[in-house]
Design a protein around this ligand. Structure first.
Ligand code: NMX
Ligand code: MLT
Length: 473
């Protein structure tokens, strides 16, 4: 059924996609099936040599083509607008938002297999899409769900490493500690120590990546139950998919929360390569650090308030609005509160972006989910008011490049509605999801033989002298 649903949506999309030559190379519309078609590893094995050739040709034929000039502003301004990374799994358009292997979020919602008719996409389907560039069938997704379940085994010392921390430690600290402890089982590290040739690096990277993706929900839910539920842990349910199981292990079994988790994990997974967590994972991986080391580093970047921690900050900020002004706050009161935040030197969390210049489509799809499932929730209504109130104020500031909401402006109120009220935990959910994007690209980094990342840096003195010379010349 889902396969047919996919195909009819597919044909509607095809005509449009065929007009976008940039997409036709990256998305493969393949739906045939044999037994090896159900195995993700076999699929990748076929793709790797083809993509290696593609990269070789690109280098040989176009290696010297200029991609633009680097201005001093870019060096001083966090490399904004500087194209400097290869990232195959997704691409961000400033106005349209993210495309996963060429597919927008609404297209993924239509095309990727779901747990129920017209349901949200299964994150396993997205993983398949990111890794292969192909829209998987339901049978392929089910096989991958099964594989992830079979890899979802966490040694006891991982939980002991977490237990060594005070229960008051931030959930992201506990989560990253657990991921570091998982590293003990790295297949890549073992293979490297044995002298595996470079051409085979991607295979143990694949093993680590899939195991890591499978295991992080267990570590994350352990952290949640340890901190908030007196260590009353819940075992995995073998009948559930990745997102459904994660929700279940956290302690939320309503079908709506399971759907939310599927959507949440899908949309937070990947946001091209330059964001702090993805870039960190890629950078650390370029030193041939294994996926566990690379992903743990990425998590530490995600834990910063300008990046992933913003989802925590948003809900805490919304709750502070309610504490001070009540749930039925007027737009005038809300404006005053936003100005108060800005005048105290803080940012308005959940608004703005380093690349996006319009409302984040990840915000929009969460808004649609809220309109369907919790239209009358007071906090959702507050978020809707913020959508009207905040952008004109940020525009008035005169320096904010993007006044529109990002993904984090919305996620907290949805989770809060379904009972996951502990805002300090929210970035861990983002982290679980991001394992899918970062690990997928790490496999391709090793398959394509990408080199050590090592950009050139300069001092202020160097820049001053260079600029003086350029002016004279
Ligand atoms: N509230 C107040 N000031 C802001 C905001 C905001 N939401 N967004 C940008 N600005 C300020 C920014 O601090 C900077 O000020 P200054 O020159 O005094 O340092 C100025 O506007 C220009 O910044 P931009 O070039 O627009 O943004 P930039 O690319 O540097 O930063 C963010 C992007 C996302 C860090 C920034 O918009 C921000 O701090 N937003 C709030 C935090 C947030 O929601 N982060 C989550 C991003 C998504 N994610 O999940 O990672
Ligand atoms: C992300 O999802 O990583 C954020 O939106 C930040 C970014 O893309 O820079």
């Amino acid at each position: 059924m889902v396969f047919l649903r996919g195909v009819s949506a597919l044909s509607r999309l095809r005509s449009r996609v065929s007009q976008q030559s940039s997409l036709s190379n990256s998305v493969r519309w393949l739906q045939t099936q044999s037994s090896s078609d159900l195995d993700l590893h076999s699929q990748l094995k076929e793709l790797v040599p083809e993509q290696q050739e593609r990269l070789k040709k690109l280098k040989a034929e176009h290696g010297k083509v200029q991609l633009g000039n680097i201005a001093v502003d870019m060096v001083l301004g966090g490399m904004r607008g500087m194209t400097g990374l290869l990232w195959e799994t997704s691409l961000l358009d400033p106005d349209e938002g993210i495309r996963f292997r060429g597919l927008s979020i609404p297209e993924c919602q239509k095309l990727l297999p779901a747990a129920k008719p017209d349901g949200e996409p299964l994150p396993e389907g997205l993983l398949w899409l990111l890794l292969t560039g192909k829209v998987p069938s339901k049978a392929q997704v089910d096989a991958l769900s099964q594989e992830l379940r079979s890899r979802a085994v966490v040694p006891d010392y991982v939980f002991k490493a977490i237990d060594a921390l005070p229960v008051s430690a931030h959930p992201m600290t506990q989560f990253a500690t657990g991921v570091m402890a998982l590293q003990v089982q790295s297949e890549f590290q073992k293979a490297y120590e044995k002298g595996i040739p470079k051409s085979k690096y991607w295979e143990p990277t694949y093993e680590d990546a899939l195991s890591l993706i499978a295991r992080v929900p267990l570590v994350a839910s352990y952290v949640y139950r340890r901190i908030y539920k007196d260590g009353n842990f819940i075992a995995m349910d073998d009948s559930l998919d990745y997102g459904g199981n994660f929700s279940h292990m956290l302690g939320f079994n309503s079908p709506q929360m399971q759907e939310l988790m599927r959507l949440y994990v899908t949309i937070h997974s990947d946001h091209e390569g330059g964001n702090v967590s993805a870039h960190t994972g890629h950078l650390v991986g370029s030193a041939l650090s294994d996926p566990y080391l690379s992903f743990a580093a990425a998590l530490n970047g995600l834990a910063g308030p300008l990046h992933g921690l913003a989802n925590q900050e948003v809900l805490l900020w919304i709750k502070s609005v309610v504490d001070e002004c009540g749930e039925n706050i007027t737009k005038e009161q809300l404006k005053d509160y936003v100005w108060k935040t800005l005048n105290s030197g803080k940012v308005v969390p959940g608004f703005g972006h380093g690349v996006l210049r319009k409302t984040d489509p990840r915000y929009t799809c969460q808004r649609e989910f809220a309109l369907k499932h919790l239209p009358d929730d007071p906090l959702f209504q507050l978020v809707s008011k913020l959508y009207e109130v905040v952008p004109p104020i940020l525009t008035e500031l005169g320096k904010v490049k993007n006044p529109w909401p990002n993904v984090d402006a919305h996620s907290g109120v949805l989770l809060n509605y379904f009972g996951l009220t502990e805002a300090r935990y929210y970035t861990v959910l983002f982290g679980v999801s991001r394992s899918i994007g970062i690990c997928s690209q790490l496999i391709w980094d090793r398959a394509l033989g990408l080199p050590l990342e090592r950009p050139k840096s300069v001092t202020m003195e160097w820049l001053e002298n260079y600029c003086k010379k350029t002016k004279v010349a």
